[in-house]
Design a binder for this molecule. Structure first.
Ligand SMILES: *Cc1c(COP(=O)(O)O)cnc(C)c1O
Length: 399
């Protein structure tokens, strides 16, 4: 999964280009920067690699989601339907816009269950936000149909599935807008960073200004820019963009290694009766950053986790059901509305209600699910060894 495993001379070279001029900011300083525009170059590389018309870099994936929502006009009182299994950033971005996160069940794809989305639609619903978790995707055709029927915005959180596709199109480029994160543990990294991608020119123009205090970026003199609307500072720095530029050139290599290692490991797990795998709506499109598998029961899953721990092979295997960061069960700070600043009554009521909301379908799936992060540095021989030790532990624990 993570590009940081292959940090090297290419990244150092790109960063050094920036250090040579000392112009660490992405805008202005046209003379002293001597033609070095790493952020612009990375945006162009993103458009060409992922087949999207516009890309706006941001300081993080969370900032990218926030920016996309602002540009799509999502704000106070609007309901955003999102899955109960995601990273906390997804609801943070919704709340920061004054909007209301509406959490619903996932299915065995580990992403939004289309029928749960349908059931959650109210007159206040403005947006459906699938989160393509752990390298694979939501059922985008089904979600697009729901959005079209109810006139809703489709915003893809593709932060965890860089390089994945759905029916030939890159994840993150299919909805009205989509986002990637380039934080340190993502498929490619800038250290910190993110991007909003869209084929809608207006959404792009608004994202561009929003991330830079509302600057319209129309003139040559930054000081004379107009501010057509309010913005924030969600800018990426040239140093971060430089790292990303080296990383995106390695992406296809990362994806190949992920696929090879993922498929070898899977061939071992497939030998264990009772083990099944997540549903992938377009099997061709998996980015293979994780191998996600299910055991028949929760008790067996817990036994396997303990056995893996005892055998010293638990690292890199995630039992999200018991994890603080990714699943609703442990988001107590959300459910008790522990906010430093005042939330609106609408927001508070919606999130406090989650204390008594049962996610029966999601619990049934997540309690039996383990995701194995696929390392780029494993050699083929090492993956075979890993597979063999998985087999030994699993046979002991669940037979
Ligand atoms: C990483 C991630 C984000 C955003 O992350 P940042 O750390 O802010 O870049 C958003 N959503 C998901 C699902 C993520 O995994």
């Amino acid at each position: 999964m993570p590009g940081f495993e292959f940090f090297g001379d290419e990244e150092r070279k790109e960063v050094n280009d920036v250090l040579e001029t000392g112009i660490l900011m992405r805008y202005g300083f046209d003379g002293p920067r001597k033609g070095i525009w790493k952020s612009k170059e990375l945006e162009a590389a993103i458009c060409s690699r992922f087949g999207v018309q516009h890309a706006q870099l941001t300081s993080s994936g969370t900032a990218a989601l926030t920016t996309a929502m602002a540009a799509l006009g999502i704000g106070a009182g609007d309901e955003v339907i999102m899955p109960a299994f995601t990273f906390v950033a997804s609801f943070e971005a919704v709340l920061s816009m004054g909007a209301i996160p509406v959490l619903v069940d996932i299915d065995t794809s580990l992403t939004l269950a289309p029928e749960a989305v349908k059931a959650a639609i109210t007159p206040k619903t403005k947006c459906v936000m699938p989160v393509h978790m752990c390298g694979s995707m939501a059922d985008l055709d089904a979600l697009k149909a729901i959005c079209a029927e109810h006139h809703l915005i489709l915003l893809e959180d593709a932060c965890q599935s860089i390089g994945g596709t759905y029916k030939g199109k890159a994840l993150g480029t299919i909805g009205d807008a989509g986002t990637f994160s380039f934080d340190f543990v993502k498929t490619i990294t800038c250290g910190e960073g993110g991007v909003v991608m869209t084929n809608n020119k207006e959404v792009y123009t608004m994202s561009d200004a929003f991330t830079d205090h509302g600057h319209d970026h129309l003139g040559v003199d930054r000081g004379a820019d107009l501010h057509p609307f309010l913005g924030y500072n969600f800018r990426i720095s040239e140093l971060h963009a430089a790292v990303g530029l080296a990383q995106i050139k390695k992406l296809d290599n990362f994806l190949e290694l992920q696929k090879r290692n993922n498929q070898i490991l899977r061939s071992y797990l497939e030998q264990v009766p009772g083990i099944s795998f997540r549903t992938v709506p377009d099997p061709q499109g998996d980015s293979y950053s994780f191998l996600t598998w299910f055991l028949p029961t929760q008790a067996q899953t817990e036994t396997v986790i303990e056995a893996m721990k005892a055998a010293g092979i638990l690292a890199g295997n995630f039992y999200w059901y018991a994890n603080n960061w990714h699943y609703i069960r442990k988001w107590d700070h959300l459910k008790t509305a522990k906010s430093l600043y005042a939330l609106s009554d609408d927001q508070k009521n919606a999130i406090v209600k989650l204390q008594n909301t049962v996610f029966e379908k999601s619990d049934a799936i997540m309690s039996k699910c383990i995701s194995t992060a696929i390392s780029l540095t494993w050699t083929e021989a090492q993956v075979h060894e890993k597979g063999a030790s998985f087999l030994a532990v699993l046979k002991g624990a669940i037979s």
